[in-house]
Design a protein around this ligand. Structure first.
Ligand code: GLA
Length: 408
């Protein structure tokens, strides 16, 4: 975790809001990667994740007035709203996540205090879940100033309420689970149907690796991509399969099932095999991705437990291929970036990071020559896409603990 943003934020809190340096509090909320389990969280499949040692910082201080006032080191303007009358989401406004966090919390808790705060985050191009990282940071800060002790599992659902309820994105709980539950050097496994999870330590026998993040330069907000359309195509496939199996009710215990459309996670693998011939076109491909990805998660978790990084990496690459062929979510520059990554020596495995409509790819790479690997990847990518010279970049990082209030 970098120290520099903390000093800058402390000075900014004093200069912009007059908060004495000793009164400034901080949340660090990490970005995340999902090596296996892409696009199956919203269908209640299992996912894996690692939090990164890069993320979003929020400096904040409580106020006695029931108002939130926020600035950002990365975005212009000020976000200012009363807790009594929180406005609806505005397209493209960076204040949406703060307003959504306050609204989600107030469905259960009374917030008697507001806050002033300033955010800083190095990445907003997409793929590392910067929006869930920011949403979680606001939740933790609002809870802290109001002396609320909210368990991680509840914060996962609160952040989901921001994204699904306030922003209208029909995503699952991968991002916020990764951000809230992860531990350094552990693979986080989450069953998105039950929110049960396990943190699986990296076995001593497993070779060391570095996480390489390669940004394509493609930028676009997730609301407005084909994300929700893909979710609807999964529902179409689930409806056909459940009807063929003469069932409508979910076989899994699922607290969210009552207000959800049919989901592929409600179809047993044996039912899929028996009835998949009934599926055509896009729904057939989405189902093929779902059931193969569920299998890859199981195999990947076994490989991780065995310290078998080579198999784990190969599964990541296979997951990337399925995202392209079956889930159809990569734009051409991202697909080319993925292909460059998997051809580069020293890479264990790679795939799009996150939704894959824009943003970045992830790779697990050998640490010994990681810097050269990063340079080589950027050069090869830019020789094909020189127009992204100013926006495409590659960085190396490690896994880290989940979101936390920094006691400094
Ligand atoms: C985005 C969504 C997640 C998940 C991933 C793809 O990050 O927010 O819920 O669906 O895409 O795995």
């Amino acid at each position: 975790m970098e120290i520099q943003p903390l000093n800058t934020l402390r000075e900014a809190m004093s200069g912009r809001f007059g908060v004495p340096p000793a009164n400034v509090r901080f949340v660090f909320s990490p970005y995340r990667i999902c090596p296996l389990g892409a696009h199956i969280d919203h269908q209640l499949g299992p996912v894996t994740a690692l939090a990164l040692d890069r993320g979003v910082y929020l400096a904040y201080a409580p106020t006695e007035v029931r108002e939130v006032r926020l600035q950002s080191l990365n975005f212009p303007g000020e976000v200012h709203f009363p807790l009594d009358a929180i406005p609806d989401a505005q397209p493209g406004d960076w204040g949406n996540l703060a307003r959504g966090a306050a609204r989600a919390l107030q469905q259960t808790y009374r917030l008697s205090r507001g806050l002033v705060g300033i955010t800083a985050g190095s990445v907003s191009e997409g793929g590392l879940s910067s929006s869930a990282a920011v949403g979680v940071a606001y939740l933790l800060a609002l809870e802290d100033v109001n002396e609320l002790a909210v368990p991680a599992e509840e914060n996962i659902l609160l952040d989901q309420a921001i994204e699904n309820g306030y922003l209208g994105l029909r995503n699952g709980i991968l991002d916020q689970s990764a951000i809230l539950l992860s531990r350094r050097d552990h693979l986080t496994w989450v069953d998105c149907a039950t929110v049960q999870y396990e943190r699986i330590p990296r076995p001593p026998a497993m070779p060391d690796f570095v996480i390489l993040i390669a940004f394509s330069g493609l930028q676009k907000a997730l609301v407005g991509t084909d994300y929700n359309r893909r979710v609807a195509e999964c529902a179409e496939a689930a409806a056909v399969l459940l009807e063929a199996a003469r069932r409508t009710s979910p076989p899994l215990s699922d607290s969210m099932a009552s207000h959800r459309p049919p989901l592929l996670g409600h179809v047993a693998p044996a039912e899929y095999l028996a009835h998949k011939h009934l599926l055509r076109g896009a729904p057939a491909r989405r189902a093929a991705h779902f059931f193969s990805e569920v299998e890859r998660v199981a195999q990947g978790v076994a490989a991780w437990r065995n310290g078998d990084l080579t198999t784990f990496g190969r599964l990541i690459t296979a997951s990337g291929e399925s995202s392209i062929v079956n889930y159809e979510c990569g734009a051409p520059p991202l697909i080319d970036l993925y292909r460059i990554l998997i051809e580069t020596p020293g890479v264990y495995g790679a795939r799009f990071s996150g939704a894959g409509f824009r943003g970045c790819c992830l790779a697990l790479v050998q640490p010994e020559n990681a810097a050269e690997t990063a340079t080589c990847i950027r050069q090869r990518y830019l020789s094909k896409y020189p127009e992204f010279r100013d926006r495409a970049y590659v960085f190396l990082c490690r896994s880290d603990d989940g979101a936390r209030i920094l006691r400094l």
